[in-house]
Design a protein around this ligand. Structure first.
Ligand SMILES: [Zn+2]
Length: 492
């Protein structure tokens, strides 16, 4: 049963919880560095290790960043709120509780509009709150890296205490068959908003932005939501879409068999695009939250909020509209580029010197397909917009045929080096006129029957000759010029 079939019969309901590590220089409640990739446990202190007698002090910059996120998402900013202790016993949380926000989040009731296939979907934001990230456990000695089968575990507290913002949507309904695309478009748009705000490096592959994807199915017209599952820590845009599709199909199969969907967290598997059962979760998970007694309440003054509002950059949607107008892209062009997630890449390729039509053509017409073949997000392809612009320029000036240009792009993606190094190493260049004429003559001589047909005026017969020339020149011939030469040679 396919996704589209399922959604003829069920209405999908989404919920997205996105965690974003803020790009502050120091942690949320201490002065430890937040730089990624340092030696384990080299960025820790008594506060973030939860040692007795240490006291936290809130990072002002983290509060400002969170308010800016709230404002950019059209939220109300609380006049007074408190941090809460979320109590749980887990080795990656050295205090045995996490300082978070519970019933008093800093930002509430916002929205983010996303466009899919030219249609705007408003995703309502329930809350944006600030909390500290946990450390990382590493299970050693087993074959899978999971705790099962491991001989021992190590824990790295460098990440413990890094400010983490959680952005929670209200249930997203009415997207129908577009649900998976809406989920991806929402996370993409949110990433762009956060990046433009300068509050996070939003690198999903490094885990500085990660999404929990809630999915449930209901019968059309039903008055209550179905049981949902929560697929945790989905860490690429492509995977967000795949996780929704997979859960829709899986849950439909469960419901069609007369069974019940179990409310649980699930793990997403990049290789297979599937999810598997994690832990069963009830709605009333009791973490025994209580107000954090070591921290003063947050009461951001209104003039501070307004000052922050005045610093907001223009929204990505406005930036994109101007981009479309400047470069003459139609609404259909923009839709295609948005759906493929290449607007910024195309813009950067234009900035690097490529004409607008070429920049769009390269990304939409070739590189998106390559990314799909390689099963990565297009932004993760190892070819920069500057390289694409260079390849495009070489193609335009006639140094590369379209076929060669694509070969060059493939070699750059495969990590063979930069554009010019790849061309030098392979000797890829367009065949010169002399070489081309020799290949044309050889092809005509090798296929006298075809040559005779062309000579008799059947220009449609020329294809095999061009093919032979392309083969003889290793793809380096300009096919259009080859055709011209053949017709010149064979004209009466
Ligand atoms: Zn610290």
């Amino acid at each position: 049963m396919t996704y589209d079939d399922v959604l003829e019969r069920y209405e999908p309901v989404l919920g997205l919880e996105t965690h974003v590590e803020l790009g502050t220089a120091t942690k949320l409640f201490c002065g430890c560095s937040t730089t990624f990739g340092a030696d384990p446990n080299s960025q820790v202190c008594p506060v973030c290790l939860g040692l007795p007698g240490s006291l936290p002090v809130t990072n002002r910059r983290a509060i400002e960043f969170t308010i800016k996120i709230g404002l950019a998402l059209h939220c109300e900013i609380a006049e007074w709120c408190r941090f809460a202790r979320k109590n749980y016993f887990y080795p990656d949380m050295p205090k045995d509780y996490q300082v978070s926000q519970y019933d008093e989040p800093l930002c509430t009731d916002g929205y983010l509009d996303v466009v899919v296939d030219g249609e705007t979907h408003r995703v309502e934001i329930e809350r944006v709150h600030l909390e500290e990230d946990t450390g990382k456990s590493l299970h050693v000695g087993g074959s899978t890296g999971r705790i099962h089968g491991a001989t021992h575990s190590l824990v790295d507290y460098n990440r413990a205490g890094i400010p983490l913002v959680e952005i929670v949507t209200r249930p997203v309904r009415g997207a129908g068959k577009k649900a998976a695309q809406v989920a991806r478009a929402y996370v993409t748009e949110l990433r762009d908003v956060l990046r433009d705000l300068g509050v996070s490096d939003v690198r999903m592959e490094q885990g500085s932005m990660r999404a929990d994807v809630n999915v449930s199915l209901m019968l059309p017209g039903a008055d209550r939501l179905g049981t949902r599952t929560e697929t945790k820590n989905v860490n690429s845009l492509r995977s967000v879409e795949r996780a929704v599709r997979y859960e829709v199909e899986r849950q439909a199969a469960v419901l069609d068999a007369g069974d019940r969907v179990v409310q649980e967290t699930r793990h997403f598997h990049e290789d297979s695009g599937s999810t598997s059962s994690g832990r069963v979760k009830s709605d009333a998970e009791d973490y025994r939250y209580f107000p954090e007694p070591d921290l003063v309440p947050l009461a951001p003054p209104r003039d501070m909020v307004e000052e922050l509002r005045a610093t907001l950059p223009e929204p990505p949607s406005v930036r994109r509209a101007r981009f479309a107008e400047t470069h003459g892209y139609t609404p259909v062009d923009m839709d295609q580029m948005m759906n493929a997630g290449v607007v910024d890449l195309v813009a950067a390729t234009i900035d690097a010197g490529a004409p607008a039509a070429k920049a769009k053509g390269w990304w939409l017409g070739y590189l998106v397909g390559r990314a799909n073949d390689l099963r990565v997000d297009v932004g993760e392809l190892a070819v920069t917009p500057a390289s694409v612009a260079r390849i495009s320029a070489l193609e335009d000036e006639g140094s590369l045929t379209n076929k060669l240009a694509r070969q060059v792009a493939d070699a750059v993606i495969a990590g063979e080096g930069d554009v010019d190094a790849v061309i030098d190493a392979h000797g890829w260049r367009v065949a010169g006129e002399d070489e081309l004429i020799a290949a044309v003559d050889a092809a005509i001589e090798a296929s006298p029957d075809i040559a005779a047909k062309v000579r008799d005026g059947n220009q449609g017969a020329v294809g095999p000759l061009v093919g032979a020339i392309m083969k003889a020149t290793g793809g380096s011939a300009d096919a259009k010029r080859a055709r011209e030469l053949i017709l010149e040679r064979l004209s009466a």
